[in-house]
Design a protein around this ligand. Structure first.
Ligand SMILES: Nc1nc2c(ncn2[C@@H]2O[C@H](COP(=O)(O)OP(=O)(O)O)[C@@H](O)[C@H]2O)c(=O)[nH]1
Ligand SMILES: [Mg+2]
Length: 295
């Protein structure tokens, strides 16, 4: 576990030694199932994740939870509230909980998270659960990394169906109306159903589930929906296509990162080149020149 934590810190810091790590772990490239939980703060995502972890452990599976917060520079541990909530798994070596923050450039978090997922697979974890902590574009980033994205809503007015942001309907593979112990949950489910019936999406129809995470109700059904979606991805060939697309995206991001590093180094080490750039104000030409250089 210590080695794993250390390796994840390296990918978070975008340390150049990741490359060696990749070679070392190549043989153990097991692919864990990746499930994302997204939704407004307070909808009960952490409580749900905690319940899902308990269910998976009961089934004898190992599980890692990555809480991703692009708005936080904070890394290297669990966010306090979530850590307390998930305390009951603290001594379980088949449960790994970690929060990941954004460092460095845009997209750094999703790159680090992808690499962390691969590390978790190599360390033998069966399932990886992603929880978005921040709000905003993080939802889309997480959806791009997860095989199955669960959008969590509640009967509260604040995050009712009308408030659903554009884009979120498209990323949801499963809807969960949590806090089904509160008034109004049937209304939310009905509105959601009506809304989904308008979209002519063929293929997978996102099911709408209800849970009371704080009482661990509906968790098995929620997980069954995840497994059904997973089977759908396998059968339709989308699973393979997704894997390949992700590797392409990741490679493009790594290439951008390496190019950025090379450009910075070249400008630091070559005062002539830097001077020409400052005189001519030609970032494009200079960038091309740097990338064309023999290494
Ligand atoms: N009434 C009710 N409260 C819940 C339920 N699930 C979670 N909560 C509470 O909602 C609050 C926010 O939960 P949390 O898991 O931290 O939400 P997150 O911000 O989405 O991770 C906490 O006080 C939970 O105890 C539920 O099913 N019903
Ligand atoms: Mg949370």
């Amino acid at each position: 576990m210590r080695a794993l934590a250390r390796a994840i810190t390296l990918v978070e810091r975008r340390d150049p030694s990741i490359r060696r790590l990749e070679e070392m772990l190549r043989q153990d490239a097991r692919v864990p199932g990746v499930v994302g939980f997204t939704g407004a703060p307070g909808t009960g995502k952490s409580t749900l994740v905690d319940s899902v972890v308990a269910l998976l452990r009961k089934n004898g599976q190992s599980v890692a939870v990555l809480a991703t917060d692009p708005n936080s520079p904070f890394t290297g541990g669990a966010i306090l509230g979530d850590r307390i909530r998930m305390q009951r798994h603290a001594l379980d070596t088949k449960v790994f909980i970690r929060s990941m923050g954004a460092r460095g450039h845009l997209g750094g978090l999703s790159l680090a998270t992808r690499e962390a997922i691969r590390l978790l697979g190599a360390f033998g974890f069966d399932e990886v659960i992603l929880e978005t902590v921040g709000v905003g574009q993080s939802e889309l980033e997480v959806a791009a990394m997860a095989d199955t994205t669960i959008v969590v809503l509640t009967p509260n007015l604040g995050d009712s169906v009308q408030m659903i942001k554009a884009g979120i309907l498209e990323i949801a593979d499963v809807f969960d109306v949590n806090k089904a112990d509160l008034d109004g949950h049937t209304r939310v489910m009905t509105e959601l159903r009506a809304m989904l019936s308008l979209s002519p999406k063929a293929g997978w129809k996102p099911p709408i589930l209800a849970t009371v995470a704080s009482r661990q109700e509906g968790i098995e059904q929620l997980w069954d929906a995840v497994l059904a979606h997973r089977r759908h991805l396998e059968k339709s060939g989308q699973a393979q296509a997704l894997t390949e697309q992700r590797l392409r995206d990741e490679t493009a991001e790594v290439a951008a990162e390496l190019a950025r590093r090379r450009a910075r180094e070249a400008l630091d080490k070559d005062p002539e080149l830097a001077k020409r750039l400052f005189d001519d104000r030609t970032p494009y030409r200079t960038a091309e020149e740097i990338l064309d250089r023999k290494r």
